[in-house]
Write a protein that binds this ligand. Sequence first.
Ligand code: GAZ
Length: 266
Amino acid sequence: MTRPIVYHIPVCPFSQRLEIMLALKGQSDAVEFRVVDITKPRDPDLLRKTRGTTALPVLELPGEQIIKESLVILEYLDSTVGDQPIRQSDPYRHAVEQMLIAREGPFTMAGYLFVMNQDPSARESYREKILGLYRDIDAFLTQHAPDGPFLFEDFGLAEAVFTPMFMRFWFLDYYEGFTLPDTADYARVREWQQACLAHPAAQQVTREEIVKLYYDYALGAGNGALPKGRRVSSFVFEPDWRTRPWPPANKYDGTASDAALGLVAA
Ligand code: GAZ
């Protein structure tokens, strides 16, 4: 039988959701992952299949049926791969996890805008914005899962959705000095975040990889775009991120050179 194909960017948080879910089920080989290099023009055949849209991940079923949007792909694969879904089977409990998942869009957007911000005077307002969303999640977890650490007994669907973002937000720590305040109004969400980050099914990326690859985001250039004065994206596969030095953390001082970043031979 031909396996479904996921076209993805290896370090993309949206595709890591799928990898985590498959790892939780012990079904990592049920899907074929095909890597797309977003620093290069998109393959015309894939562009035809996706009808001109470029956002990844995309799931292709045998027969060229295409499913877009990570949360939709996640639920589809959860229903069709392995013998038991990770989502809650009880309708009320599933509604609870869906309410939490409904918060991921604004949460992702807040972190994304914060890391990409180039105006030092706006930092505090981005910080306040994301802290407010963390407090909302704290209140939600305190209401529905006071004992923790997860929303239900085990790491599940909501955790698969949020964990990749918690990991991407390592770049907020590095480039913005942003961490959760050590106060009671964040205690429950901090516990959740830490348990998510530590789970063995969610170790597809490391802090070092995130910080190095997302350097261009910190300079305001997202999705494989290039900051002014640079010719090589921080998302390139070669040279491998492991061989590159840690980027400068002072994002408001302009870009380091391709050479200083280890993106080209010095
Ligand atoms: N809603 C879609 C989904 O599948 O859930 C979003 C998919 C998406 O934006 N994919 C990006 C993409 O394909 C790659 S992942 N872009 C190329 C294109 O042509 O559209 C990282 C973040 C973040 C948001 C996005 C990403 C990221 O906020 O890696 O941290 C910076 C893009 C935290």
